[in-house]
Design a protein around this ligand. Structure first.
Ligand SMILES: *Cc1c(COP(=O)(O)O)cnc(C)c1O
Length: 317
């Protein structure tokens, strides 16, 4: 494996049609694990290791970003601008992709008060990868889809290709459909954690008839069904595939943890030697385990749990 910090020569955006520089591990590995809580119910558990796709741009972020980078390069852009919170995995992945591919990146970060504080490890890594950070108030951040705000940002920073928060748009959803296609014939049920719902929207569209996807939102609010459907309409023109949401496992909201969830994640690491990423992946694995224990998964079912990302990296070396 190449070191995540090994320098890679910037590529001309025109070369992006074949982004060899990204060297993804695709299809991502599928790993069966023995877990008695599933086995007792006659259910097989597979881990779809999207966290191993790329050392710097893991998981669903690779699947979502690369089609967008291609589109930006094709449109002649050399700068990407996107949006996120102070701990956004998406901002980190965008900064890394920018470094690897020779794109300038600008991150619009929610919270103007952060401008006067030392950067947290996640934002420090963005900055180390060359991302220019622009802190805005919550009121301004709420206008992130307003064309007038994008115009104002263009006046400030020059031309850029905009990427929505979380990187979820039609191109990203198409990229995630490949995740579903990789799982055809391999599992009846697929579990995935959801932030914006873009990954679920693509995954469900890529599965074959007879396979279904269950999304586990990590945010509260119940808006996600409409949002994932909106993304499917943008990408495919209609709601597509067999999918639903399990809204019981957000643990209080984004980045919130409960003692049960914490205990579950530590126990999962001890059982299987895989420490689940806590913001998303642990909530999905916990939800699937509860569904298995409740008998909600028919005996004989094979379940694939998508490991959409790896645990937080530390601060830049
Ligand atoms: C960003 C992220 C998600 C959420 O993906 P969406 O497409 O926004 O639903 C899930 N898991 C991990 C590890 C992530 O970083």
């Amino acid at each position: 494996m190449t070191s995540p910090t090994a320098p890679i020569d910037p590529v001309d955006p025109g070369d992006l049609a074949d982004p060899d520089v990204l060297r993804p591990r695709l299809p991502s590995p599928l790993q069966e694990i023995e877990d008695e809580r599933f086995a007792r119910r006659g259910v097989r558990l597979l881990l779809k290791r999207d966290d191993l796709i790329h050392p710097d741009i893991p998981g669903n972020k690779w699947r979502k970003l690369v089609p967008n980078l291609r589109a930006a390069a094709a449109a002649g852009h050399s700068t990407l601008l996107t949006f996120g919170g102070a701990y956004s995995n998406h901002l980190r992945a965008t900064a890394a992709a920018g470094r690897l591919l020779g794109f300038a990146t600008i991150g619009v970060v929610r919270g103007e008060e952060l401008a006067d504080r030392p950067l947290n490890p996640s934002l420090a890594r963005c900055a180390a990868d060359g991302m220019r950070l622009h802190f805005v108030s919550r009121a301004e951040y709420r206008r992130r889809t307003d064309p007038l705000l994008l115009d104002a940002l263009r006046e400030r920073f020059g031309a850029f290709a905009p990427l929505p928060e979380g990187g979820s748009n039609a191109a990203a959803v198409h990229g995630c459909a490949e995740l579903g296609r990789e799982l055809r014939g391999l599992a009846e049920v697929v579990g995935v954690a959801c932030g914006t719902g873009g990954t679920l929207a693509g995954l469900a569209a890529g599965l074959a008839p007879g396979q279904r996807a269950i999304g586990f939102p990590v945010l509260r609010g119940g808006f996600l069904d409409a949002e994932a459907e909106r993304l499917q309409r943008a990408a495919f023109g209609a709601r597509t595939g067999d999918w639903r949401l399990e809204d019981r496992f957000h643990g209080g909201g984004y980045a919130r943890q409960t003692p049960e969830l914490d205990a579950f994640a530590s126990d999962f690491a001890a059982r299987h030697g895989l420490s689940p990423e806590r913001v998303y992946v642990a909530k999905m694995l916990y939800g699937l385990t509860v569904l298995a224990e409740e008998g909600a998964l028919t005996p004989g079912t094979t379940v694939a749990a998508v490991i959409t990302g790896a645990p937080e990296p530390g601060p830049p070396a």
